[in-house]
Write a protein that binds this ligand. Structure first.
Ligand SMILES: Nc1ncnc2c1ncn2[C@@H]1O[C@H](COP(=O)(O)OP(=O)(O)OP(=O)(O)O)[C@@H](O)[C@H]1O
Length: 973
């Protein structure tokens, strides 16, 4: 805070020269490193637009132009107010009991002059030099987005394929879909990593629907929750739910449902009671219902999807995820003796006979398979088993840990080039070679070949039979392992290991960790169906057989196993090794179609440069650009979107004019009524007038309002508003969305062609997800990162992760401002005029001042909270807080800003917090509700990330027990 007071001062004034009025706004002099004299002194400068305009005008080349009509400053009153201000500051005691800052602000606002003596530091003076950052030779990792195959190449229901084309316009498969869909259809547990916008949602949603539609007898509403999809934000939940709605069009008996917070608990309960088969929701809300809704039961859940798994696990949100995973396991266990379920487990053989009798009317079944189960996933749904799918564009250690605990015999699908395409835990050793890739890719084709539908049914039976044969033939020890695997993830024993570090290379002394179990896996045990199908395939493919045989030799050799048990280095399974290397290498992938640049912008110029970019992208671009601006805090979202809206679009003027027009219209009507004149023509011309908006005459220094749609989104907005904004922005042709990281994950907004990161992200991972909002599905996009000169080295941090950016020309954006200030002779003058307008708006009234100050202080706090690993590039000590105030269109010293925020009573109300829905005492409330176990390493929630994204994970509901005494609540925290 001292920085500003120390830095803002000027050399002593020459007494001979009058200090005001100033002739040239560009001439205000500041000493770059002044000595602190104990006073903040600066030259006075004109504070209102009229004065600023006059100043600009005087310096303009050529003949003087018209000046905007602004009321002249009231000299006398101002002096009077000046005296009041002095009185206030000297006699604080007199105003005891009153808010000093408020009184001061009020006087200042009336005076239309800042409290500290009426200065505005120059925009273009004393800015640090903009360094030029050379590019390092970084080769970004690329991913091929499209695979060259079509949906009809997969063994999907023809109705699904037709529906994809008709409803979604999709024909060609994306790479991740081609690799993941067959694996998911096999009922295998999967970890999927592929770049943003690469079609991961469809990659899991499509096979799930495929598996569900084949269940016989057909499922219905009352059948319970078969699939749970957990996503981190409400917007993503809505988006995912909408996709499911589209996918179930041909299979109307499958009912998707949404639990994403914001709605009344009662209404959601009613919907749950009515029945949902595919549940999409945020973890907080799902947990809330787990505790408070009796009809909420996961006994029949056969598939759990954790989308954006890394996001779900950071911020300490793993508690809710753990509780959901545990609840599925517990509910399934509790339903073990359900005779109906047991019956259904044996239904496979009865399907052909029962199928027709269970047909629902109204749907053309000609294409439906009457022969039984086509995909193993359907069997999973009809059994007590469970499939787990984890997805993200970025992986973290926490995801690896979660995968190690929740996934059984998993497959890792990574679509980046040069890496393992598919790493299968059942395949031991080494990263996938090209043959392995082909081999594993072919695996599903063997299982699901359409021409083999009849034999397939018998194959399933055979597999079951052989499976049981193997089971009986297995020695006791192996049998128990097999049973464990039969239960798939979470046997209870595993659960207590949740989030414990699992080390794939660790010796096999910890047999309960899945990863270790997998290491001991050989192709001869576990998933027998897969093994058998593999064998069938091998027989047809002698090349693979050779390789397979060598694997079998080593795996089946009992002596070798004994050697292993005796302490020889255990085999690292391909899955664990591939995941580990993906995390350790920490290399990030971004769509190659996104043009990434960074701009180094001095602090004082940040706001005007932002305005410049908005104008350049959305106004000058004839097609109308659509952009997302990421900022650090929700206070910044609210303030900046309103500020830019008001200052650039002339929103207030528009409003006033519309009101004026309304009033005059009403008056006219009244007069007409009195005259008895009923002329229709005149009334229609009046109607036209309603849509005309009168703006101020553009003059030099005056701004032409632009036609721009501003949107804002953050996690603490009321639910309805949040959804409305999301909906509107999705359908908008152009516009600007200012948001926090709440919109950084998974959100798929069409036509976003620019992502601007106004505040540096907290990590390279966040950078990737923010940028990923553009360039989706191989579309072209652009991403711009704003950096301060002191933050320039953040580029090196990104380069270490193989992200390459080019430095852009920061002055170009200012050029664009001349479009809105047509009278300005240079870009600098246009920028000064825009800054003056922004400051004028921010000082309109106390409410504006408060919001501006709150946004500023929230950013300062945010900045100090950057995680340790990026703090060396984002050092808060390097910030010039006075210049920072300018970037918020503020004129006060930082001390004043902080005082203003502190003195405001509304500031004392509770800030949004990550109200984790699983509290220790609440766990006891519902018998049988799982006690979540937490790993020691995950307790510390990064201060930064909890700050501005907290509430998006909230259940959105008030705590049930409102009467809880305060001190108890504290305890819970
Ligand atoms: N086969 C396909 N062909 C063309 N477009 C597709 C295909 N599959 C999905 N898409 C489209 O690609 C876009 C991105 O898909 P999706 O949201 O699933 O990406 P994602 O990988 O989940 O991204 P993120 O990591 O950001 O969550 C969507 O607009 C979707 O409609």
């Amino acid at each position: 805070m001292d920085d500003l007071q120390l830095n803002i001062s000027v050399p002593k004034k020459d007494k001979k020269k009058p200090s005001a009025p100033q002739n040239n706004v560009g001439e205000y002099k500041f000493v770059s490193n002044p000595k602190f004299t104990g006073k903040t002194i600066a030259r006075k400068r004109p504070q209102n637009l009229a004065q600023a305009n006059r100043a600009v005008l005087k310096n303009a080349e050529g003949p003087p132009r018209k000046v905007a009509k602004v009321a002249p400053p009231k000299e006398d009153k101002s002096d009077d107010l000046g005296a009041k201000l002095r009185d206030l500051s000297e006699n604080k005691g007199k105003y005891e009991g009153k808010n000093y800052q408020e009184l001061s602000d009020n006087i200042q606002l009336k005076q239309n002059k800042p409290r500290s003596g009426g200065w505005i530091s120059s925009l273009f003076k004393n800015n640090p030099q903009v360094p030029r950052i050379g590019q390092r030779a970084v080769k970004p990792i690329v991913e091929k987005v499209f695979a060259g195959k079509t949906f009809s190449d997969l063994d999907l229901h023809p109705h699904s394929v037709a529906n994809l084309q008709q409803t979604l316009g999709l024909k060609e498969l994306m790479t991740v879909q081609q690799n993941a869909i067959p694996v998911i259809l096999q009922g295998r547990d999967v970890l999927i990593r592929s770049q943003t916008g690469s079609g991961k949602t469809l990659a899991y949603a499509l096979p799930i629907i495929e598996g569900l539609q084949a269940i016989r007898p057909k499922i219905n509403r009352n059948d319970g929750i078969r699939v749970i999809v957990v996503v981190p934000t409400r917007e993503l939940a809505v988006q995912t739910y909408e996709l499911f709605i589209k996918l179930v069009k041909p299979f109307h008996w499958i009912v998707p449902g949404l639990l994403s917070g914001g709605q009344k608990r009662k209404a959601e309960k009613a919907r749950l009671r009515k029945g949902i088969n595919v549940l999409v929701g945020t973890p907080g809300r799902i947990n809330d219902h787990l505790r408070h809704t009796a009809s909420f039961n996961f006994a029949k859940t056969g598939c759990l999807v954790l989308d954006e798994a890394d996001r779900l696990l950071d911020m300490g949100y793993e508690k809710d995820v753990a509780a959901i995973v545990k609840a599925i396991e517990d509910h399934k266990k509790a339903a073990t003796y359900d005779p109906l379920a047991l019956m259904k487990q044996n239904i496979v053989k009865k399907i052909p006979e029962n199928d027709d009798s269970n047909e629902e009317s109204g749907h053309n079944e000609s294409h439906e398979e009457k022969d039984g189960v086509k995909h193993h996933l359907t069997e999973v749904f009809m059994s007590k088993e469970k499939q787990t799918v984890l997805l993200s564009a970025t992986l973290t250690k926490a995801v690896e840990n979660l995968a190690g605990i929740t996934l059984v015999d998993p497959v890792f699908v990574d679509t980046s080039e040069g890496k393992a395409v598919i790493a299968d835990s059942l395949k031991s050793n080494q990263p996938a070679t090209s043959e392995q890739k082909t081999e594993v890719k072919k695996k599903p084709e063997i299982d699901v070949a359409p021409e083999k539908l009849k034999p397939q049914k018998s194959k399933v039976e055979k597999v079951k039979k052989e499976d049981s044969d193997v089971e009986t033939a297995l020695p006791d020890e192996e049998k128990s392992t097999e049973t464990k695997r039969g239960l798939k993830a979470f046997t209870g024993q595993n659960h207590k290991d949740l989030f414990k570090k699992s080390d794939a290379a660790a010796p096999s002394t910890a047999p309960k960790a899945n990863v270790i179990q997998n290491e001991d896996d050989s192709d001869s045990d576990s998933d027998y169906e897969y093994f058998k199908a593999q064998r069938e395939h091998d027989l047809k493919n002698p090349k693979v057989v050779k390789e397979k045989e060598s694997e079998d030799d080593s795996d089946d050799d009992e002596d070798d196993e004994e050697e292993n048990e005796e302490g020889a280095a255990p085999q690292v399974n391909t899955f664990a090794a591939a995941v580990k290397s993906a995390i350790v290498e920490d290399e990030l992938v971004l769509p190659a179609t996104v043009n990434q640049t960074f701009l180094i912008v001095p602090m004082k110029l940040r706001l005007v440069t932002l305005c410049g970019l908005i104008v350049e992208h959305c106004i000058m671009n004839k097609k109308g650009g659509k952009m997302i601006v990421f900022v650090a805090t929700l206070e910044m979202v609210d303030y900046l979107s309103d500020l830019i809206d008001t200052a650039l679009t002339g929103k207030e003027v528009k409003k006033k004019n519309q009101e004026k027009a309304k009033n005059s219209k009403a008056k006219k009507r009244k007069a007409d009524d009195e005259d008895g004149d009923d002329d229709k023509d005149s009334s229609s011309s009046e109607d036209e007038d309603d849509f005309k908006v009168e703006y101020e005459e553009p003059t030099e220094g005056g701004l032409v309002p632009v036609d721009l749609d501003m949107f804002s989104l953050h996690g603490s907005m009321p639910h309805e508003q949040r959804m409305e904004v999301f909906k509107q922005f999705r359908t908008a042709r152009s516009g600007v969305l200012i948001c926090t990281d709440v919109a950084a994950r998974g959100i798929d907004v069409p036509r976003v062609d620019l992502v601007l990161q106004f505040c540096v992200p907290a990590s390279a991972t966040d950078y990737v997800h923010r940028v990923g909002r553009t360039g989706r599905a191989a579309q072209v996009g652009a991403a711009v990162l704003f950096l301060l000169p002191s933050e320039a080295k953040f580029i090196r941090h990104l380069e270490e992760k193989r992200i390459r950016l080019r430095q852009g020309d920061e002055s170009r954006a200012l050029e664009a401002l001349r479009t809105v200030v047509p009278g300005a002779t240079t870009a600098q003058r246009a920028a000064i005029a825009v800054q003056a307008r922004l400051e004028h708006t921010a000082h309109t009234n106390r409410d504006w001042l408060l919001r501006a100050s709150r946004a500023y202080t929230s950013w300062v706090r945010f900045y100090a909270g950057y995680p340790r690993d990026v703090r060396e590039y984002l050092d808060s000590k390097q910030l010039h807080l006075g210049h920072a105030a300018k970037a918020f269109a503020l004129r006060d010293a930082p001390g004043t800003l902080a005082r203003r925020v502190k003195s405001n009573p509304s500031n004392k109300k509770d800030r949004p917090s990550n109200r984790l829905t699983v509290h220790a005492d609440e766990e006891k409330k519902r018998p049988g509700f799982p006690k979540a176990k937490f790993g020691s390493g995950n307790r510390n929630i990064p201060k930064q990330s909890s700050m501005h994204t907290a509430s998006e994970f909230d259940s959105g509901l008030p705590p049930v027990d409102q009467s809880q005494p305060k001190h108890k609540k504290k305890k819970n925290k």
